[in-house]
Design a protein. Structure first.
Length: 122
């Protein structure tokens, strides 16, 4: 199996597990206060009205990223053992899990799209 594809899946697993740490720009409240990570959300003053909303958003990003990474690990294991159909299915599930954050995370959908053709042709 292509070492390049294995490397890409390994990188996606690592990135997915760090979504809540590395983050992306997200704004909360009518003043559009940017909160770009779970750490930043948790450090907001308790008086910030949208603190809980921001913390919940980033906690969900963390949980979703970990779920996608778990499926990515299944894809990686399948790739390493030559089970291409299982790898394709796991990668499909990764991009499905990512959907609520796909616009910002851009981790699994681009990888799935790139790999879909490679896996179909093998």
């Amino acid at each position: 199996m292509s070492e390049d594809l294995i490397y890409q899946v390994e990188e996606a697993i690592t990135a997915s597990r760090k979504w809540a740490e590395t983050g992306w720009p997200v704004t909360f409240g009518p003043r559009n206060v940017e909160v770009s990570s779970l750490k930043q959300a948790e450090s907001l003053p308790k008086t910030f009205v949208f603190r809980q909303e921001a913390a919940n958003y980033w906690m969900q990003a963390k949980l979703t990223g970990n779920d996608a990474a778990d499926s990515g690990q299944k894809a990686l294991d399948a790739l390493k053992t030559g089970k291409l159909s299982a790898a394709a299915n796991a990668l499909y599930f990764c991009q499905f899990i990512e959907k609520p954050f796909a616009e910002q995370a851009k981790t699994w959908l681009p990888l799935y799209e790139a790999c879909k053709g490679k896996l179909a042709g093998l």
